[in-house]
Write a protein that binds this ligand. Sequence first.
Ligand code: PMP
Length: 353
Amino acid sequence: MSRYLSDKYQSLEAYTPGEQPRDMRYVKLNTNESPYPPAPGVMEAAAKEAARAQLYSDPVCADLRDALAQRYGMKRANVFVSNGSDDILNFAFMAFAGGDVPAYFPDISYGFYSVYAALHGIQARPVPLKEDFSIDPADYMNLGGFIVIANPNAPTGMALTRDQVERIVAANPEHVVLIDEAYVDFGAESCLPLVEKYDNLLVVQTFSKSRGLAGARLGFAIAREGVIADLERIKYSTNPYSVNRMTLAAGVASLARDDYNADNCRRIVKTREATVEQLRVLGFEVLPSLANFVFARKPGVDGGWLYRELKARGVLVRHFDSPRIADFLRITIGAEQEMAVLMLKLKEILSET
Ligand code: PMP
């Protein structure tokens, strides 16, 4: 830190992203990326735009928003896109919380929520998960603040049904309820059909997981026109060109091949189910996941230790040294081959102890 940093950021604790190490080749199961490459045609579309990189990208993002609107049966005015869903979450905290409007989110959830609250001087009101790590909709009735829920939740992978989300949205008409559906394409119910019905529902999704475009940085949000206009206002007050032209084209090309993306999601779900089985056979307790990762612990085994043992053997998973979850590992579902290596290494480690 330099002595020039503004007082308002002196105690800001930044988000720590999962490691992207370069020291050796790992089986990388730590940041919930897709094991599969982007859809056919995506690379070509992006390359074509790269040849015109001297020109700014379209600030309206018209083609991509139209393609998303068509894909999800909405209008362009209901769709917002930006540089990864992280960017959209940040904008939403700026737009819909602050002053005397606090932000409510589960106490165990995506770590960035509390960082955005701190960044913008928003009061954070974490809502504890139940004993079984599920979210109880009853805890989110008439809260009087901005509500953010990842569905499926991260790092648990557990999901609410659409009906449960609807109860929360209906019970908080004075504030925006943001449903972060980063992982929804791996089996959970999307709340997009509720957008028509509720002014205060903001659904955020990403191309990072189910469409294999984490490195392109592309997220989108769907809501009623008013809420989208609010996000546009924040975007145009920070960076009107927040999505570059290569990524805009990649997004359109990826949507044109959503059949390919859906096939990959099915493969990942199948691998997830097999992985859960195998982990249980090894004595792991695995939370019921509808995401492209599982959250698991082996009773009597220290989570931090197991994370380090796996890393030393070339398998990278995610460990959070936080209350209640310090013995869990969050394991991304990779390709079948990668999961086979994980199982082999786990067996090795557990048999040596
Ligand atoms: N929401 C959740 C719950 C996530 O886990 C992630 C991935 N780290 C994101 C949002 C952000 O994804 P991206 O910015 O790549 O769209």
